[in-house]
Every structure is written in structure tokens, then in C-alpha cells.
Design a binder for this molecule. Structure first.
Ligand code: ZN
Length: 435
């Protein structure tokens, strides 16, 4: 039995995660500028706040709602060179191009010790703008996703100005759950220097973390309401059931569906319209949640409650594809995926004559990457579990499950952290009593 390894043929080489970053080629900088100018000029407005005198190198932290964010970030940083900390799956089949564009490859939701020296090189040696998307994936419901607790420490270590770029409209323009179809929505980004080099020196990592967390706050549906944005596309709700998977009327999970502008529950028959101004409105009877992110957070509370009652457990047969390097996804067949407080994520399978087990305990994962329509392998929903050397893309056989898996990962982690804190506190108190 192999642990956190798969019995690949000798021809399969792992990606070297210690690769030094390359300086972005000027041609890529200009190309990105030209393409972004042409595609976004009419749609995008950028507002710069407290940016007087800010020059590269600096650390640019941005929210993440769609691919368009990369173009906007490069536009905002222009004329400086940029280096994006980018997921390794994004390097698939274009690794060299990504490297020449200055990207640093990282596996998601892993603690990579090579990341800090790579970031230091970009800032201190290349004098470039280092961009990072700490949410580490596209926002499922247009609100800020969970951020890594280590962000404050990373900033403290890098010792540079910090600029926060908050995009608005990008989720409404191409929602994660229906990213192939665009809606006619204006894009608006604010670029704010939130910390000077001196602030970074003087503040604690916790204070820095709080400043970044507050600055990255966003809610796309509030933004839609405040700016009177009307989305008329007749298909505007299609895909929303992947995120809002539990019916607030009959509480049934995974029986939601969407059609046109309608979100419905096939269990109790309740229906809501996603109105042109981004509100949910029941066609008949009680609406319960008119603001989609409130519905989403209600589901989170239910998952949390399930965990606390000791009832949370996920098991399914999944199709697994792995990505040891960026050349190709390897079909490693079927496996059993389980998720619980006791084991965290566990993939158990058999490949090339040998059993394997991939384990990611709860304490090491504050979030998980999910996709609703993953274009690189099969356009269906999947969950991606990474180790330091490999990434495993798991396609569940049960449908509409991945949003709950994502919420459960976040809540399991939080509960684990809280339990640890309480235990530590109790130990301290006991020690004081004894003294
Ligand atoms: Zn229902």
C-alpha cells in the first residue's frame, strides 16, 4: 500500500516544485496589455485609491471571480512587469508559456516552503509586481471566500507595500457556475494601497491579516443592487442550483434544479425566480432568502450543525485523474473518496498493480478546490485534492455534491481549530491552578 503516492510507470516524472521563477518577458507584458485593452476597454472602470507614489515592486492581493481577473490585474499593474502566483492546473500543457509570463506554480491548499523564496526573488530581484489570489479559486456565490491564515505572515516576511485590488461585476459577468456564458455587466475594480512598507514593518501578522481581510470584502449581489445593474439574460439562473443545493422550504439537499431564470426544488415543487436585479423571489408562497449569499451561508450553518452533531460523513465512488506534472492528466481509474472529521479527505484506490491511499487530514486544509464545469478533463463537477507532489481530480458519481464538500472542508477546519484553542486554554488554566 502506497501512502500519498501512486504507482506510476517510470516514465512519469513529477514536476519540480522548487523551480526558480522567471522574469516576465516584455512581449507578454505588452501582449496582455493590448489584448486586455481591446476586450475590456468599454466594459471596465478602474479606480485608484491612495496609490500616489506607489511603484513596483509591491505585493498585489486580489479577489478572484473569473479568468478575467488575471487580465485586469496585469492592466492595473502596467507598466510594471507582473508575476502571478498561479495554480499548477493552470500550467497544464502550457507550462513554459506560463513560466515565461512570470507565473509561479503552486498546488492549491498546500503549504509550500518554496513559495517564499520565489516571491522574494520576484520582488527583490526582478522588481516586479507580485500578484496573488488568496481565495485560491473562483468565488462560488460572489462573496469573499475563506482566506489562508498565513497571509499576514507572508506579507510580514516579504516587507513591501501591499495593494489590494477588488474586482466588482466579474462574478455577475461570468458566474463560476455558468462561466462559459457571459452576461452584459460593467466591470469596476478598485486598487488601493492598504499597507506601506513601514506599516508592514510596524504591524503584527494578525493586524495585517485583519486589514487585508477587511479590504478584500465583497458581495456581488449587494454591488448589483447598489449600482442598479439589470441582468436580462433569459438563462441567468442556469447553474445556480449547483451552489444553492439545499431547499429552504423542505430542507432536502441535492434536489434543486434551474431552468432559464427559475431555481426550483424537485422534491417539494417550490420555485424561485432570479429577478433581473439579482433577487430571488418565490413564484408562490414564501421566499425565505431573497439574497443568494444569505441562502449559501444558511447551508453552511446546516453543515456546521451536522458536523457538531457528529453526523457529517461523505463517501462515494469517484473517477480519479492525477496531475503529477503539467503535461497530461493521468486516468488512474475508480477510487473510494471519503470525507469526515476523523480522516479528512481520503482517496483509496488501486493503480498499476498497487493499492494507494491519499490522505489530507482536516487540520491541514482550510478549504478545497471545487469545479462545476471543469474544462480540462470532463465538463462536470469535481473536487481537486492536492498533496505537495500531485493533484487528484475526483469526479463523484453522486451529483450536485461538491458545494457541500467545500463548505464541510471549511467548517471542519474551523471546528478543529476551535477545539484546539479550547484545549490549549484549558491546559494553560490547569497549569496556572497547579502553580
Ligand atoms: Zn423543497
Amino acid at each position: 500500500m502506497l501512502l500519498n503516492k501512486v504507482n506510476y510507470d517510470k516514465s512519469v516524472k513529477y514536476r519540480n516544485m522548487q523551480k526558480e521563477p522567471k522574469k516576465q518577458l516584455l512581449v507578454f507584458k505588452w501582449l496582455t496589455k493590448i489584448v486586455s485593452d481591446i476586450t475590456l476597454r468599454k466594459r471596465l472602470k478602474i479606480e485608484k485609491i491612495n496609490m500616489d507614489g506607489v511603484k513596483a515592486p509591491y505585493f498585489l492581493v486580489s479577489n478572484h471571480m473569473g479568468f478575467v481577473d488575471l487580465e485586469i490585474n496585469a492592466l492595473c499593474a502596467y507598466p510594471a512587469r507582473v508575476s502571478h502566483i498561479a495554480t499548477l492546473e493552470g500550467h497544464y500543457r502550457r507550462s513554459l508559456l506560463m513560466e515565461l509570463d512570470g507565473c509561479i506554480g503552486k498546488r492549491k491548499f498546500t503549504t509550500d516552503p518554496h513559495l517564499i523564496p520565489a516571491c522574494e526573488k520576484v520582488l527583490n530581484k526582478f522588481g516586479a509586481v507580485l500578484t496573488m489570489y488568496p481565495e485560491a479559486r473562483y468565488s462560488p456565490i460572489g462573496t469573499t471566500a475563506i482566506l489562508p491564515e498565513s497571509l499576514g505572515q507572508l506579507i510580514k516576511r516579504l516587507k513591501h507595500d501591499v495593494v489590494v485590488l477588488v474586482h466588482h461585476g466579474n462574478y455577475l459577468y461570468t458566474p463560476f457556475w455558468d462561466w462559459r456564458r457571459k452576461r452584459d455587466v460593467p466591470l469596476y475594480s478598485t486598487m488601493t494601497r492598504v499597507l506601506t512598507k513601514r506599516d508592514v514593518e510596524e504591524k503584527t501578522p494578525e493586524e495585517i491579516q485583519k486589514i487585508i481581510t477587511d479590504a478584500l470584502w465583497y458581495d456581488e449581489y449587494k454591488y448589483q443592487e447598489e449600482h442598479g445593474i439589470i441582468i436580462k439574460e433569459p438563462y441567468r439562473a442556469e447553474g445556480l442550483h449547483k451552489v444553492l443545493y439545499q431547499c429552504p422550504i423542505c430542507k432536502t439537499e441535492f434536489k434543486m434544479y434551474t431552468e432559464g431564470a427559475i431555481l426550483g426544488c424537485s422534491e417539494c415543487g417550490h420555485k424561485w425566480e432570479l429577478t433581473e436585479n439579482g433577487k430571488l423571489q418565490a413564484l408562490d408562497g414564501e421566499t425565505v432568502f431573497s439574497h443568494p449569499p444569505t441562502w449559501y451561508e444558511w447551508q453552511r450553518e446546516n453543515v456546521r450543525d451536522e458536523i457538531k452533531r457528529g453526523k457529517y460523513f461523505f463517501a462515494d465512488e469517484v473517477d480519479v485523474y492525477s496531475l503529477p506534472n503539467t503535461n497530461k492528466f493521468i486516468d488512474i481509474g475508480k477510487a473510494k473518496l471519503t470525507h469526515s472529521m476523523e480522516t479528512g479527505f481520503l482517496i483509496e484506490g488501486h493503480y498499476n498493480g498497487e493499492d494507494y491511499k491519499i490522505s489530507r487530514p482536516v487540520a491541514g486544509m482550510y478549504g478545497v478546490h471545487i469545479e462545476y464545469d471543469y474544462c480540462y478533463i470532463r465538463p462536470e463537477e469535481c473536487v481537486q485534492i492536492s498533496t505537495m507532489d500531485d493533484t487528484f481530480i475526483c469526479y463523484p458519481s453522486k451529483k450536485n455534491q461538491v458545494t457541500k464538500l467545500s463548505l464541510a472542508t471549511e467548517e471542519l477546519y474551523k471546528i478543529k481549530q476551535e477545539t484546539k484553542r479550547i484545549r490549549r486554554q484549558a491546559r494553560l488554566e490547569k497549569r496556572e491552578e497547579n502553580e
